[in-house]
Design a protein around this ligand. Structure first.
Ligand code: IPD
Ligand code: CA
Ligand code: CA
Length: 268
């Protein structure tokens, strides 16, 4: 597999999908509920996903696809694509300008390439395994590197909250937010997990943690962080492995033991 060629095709698809989202952002959205009252889907999630699947199946007919809105496509084989056509649906639906397209290719459970495209800022984050992580903005391409921050008191972290938070007996992450709030410089909840990961890779955030993510939320962003010199583990510190549902700790590497200590103290 020529990964650079595959990356070029993936970037084209992500940009085409992003352009549809950019146009849709200005239009009226039809909202339906999925897993809970706060888990929304719009006509753009499904339309953009259908376009991405069509394009990927044309370019890579024998690859397996795992997509948020339509499930599995094709037979599980050597290569699997993870598609989040619109990460940040709630932001998109409310008119809050933070959302993106996230596409990743994996083989034998390992990330090979990842693309996250933010159409409003025209920022395209890319990574190929072993080849570094980059940000394309207009004609400019810059290499991504995680931040150098070594102390929690200087750190800007991001997090998020699961969609079952109105109904779950125990709502995850409330104690964790409280514990970090008393230790870090700031916490953001911007509402698009893929961008949270891309921003850790870009050094805009120093770290990120979240419970109950889906594979398509993080598949591309994990590779971006790794290729930018950062660290990704499961929340308990064990090695990252792609799975349908995941809880993650993500950092610039230097902060990883400090973040893990805070999270583990609460887990005990
Ligand atoms: C959601 C966003 C959000 C995160 C949720 C995700 P969606 O994805 O990434 O930031 O907190 O866990 O499900 O539903 O907008 O694609
Ligand atoms: Ca998502
Ligand atoms: Ca989505």
């Amino acid at each position: 597999m020529d990964l650079q060629h595959a990356l070029m095709i993936t970037v084209q698809i992500a940009r085409e999908a992003g352009e549809l989202l950019r146009q849709g952002y200005e239009e009226e959205k039809r909202i339906e509920r999925k897993s809970s009252a706060v888990d929304w889907v719009t006509q753009y999630d499904t339309a953009v996903e259908a376009l991405i699947i069509k394009r990927l199946q044309t370019a890579f007919p024998d690859h397996h696809i795992i997509a948020e809105e339509s499930g599995h496509n094709g037979n599980p084989g050597a290569y699997t694509w993870y598609i989040d056509p619109l990460d940040g649906t709630n932001n998109f639906a409310h008119g809050f300008p933070v959302f993106c397209v996230s596409l990743a290719l994996y083989a034998a459970g390992q990330p090979l390439l990842g693309v996250i495209y933010d159409p409003l800022r025209d920022e395209c984050f890319t990574a190929v395994r072993g080849g570094g992580a980059f940000l394309q903005r207009g004609e400019r391409q810059t290499r991504l590197q995680v931040s150098q921050t070594t102390a929690l008191v200087d750190a800007l972290l991001a997090t998020g909250f699961p969609y079952d938070r109105h109904t779950a007996e125990v709502v995850e992450n409330l104690a964790e937010v409280g514990a970090f709030l008393q230790r870090v410089q700031g916490i953001r909840r911007a509402g698009a997990a893929a961008l949270d990961l891309a921003y850790v890779a870009a050094g805009r955030l120093d770290g990120y943690w979240e419970y109950k993510l889906h594979s398509w939320d993080v598949a591309a962003g994990v590779l971006l962080v790794q290729e930018a010199g950062g660290q990704v583990t499961l929340l308990d510190g064990t090695p990252f492995a792609i799975a349908p549902q995941l809880s993650l700790t993500v950092s610039n590497g230097r902060l990883h033991p400090l973040m893990r200590d805070v999270l583990q103290t609460l887990a005990n």
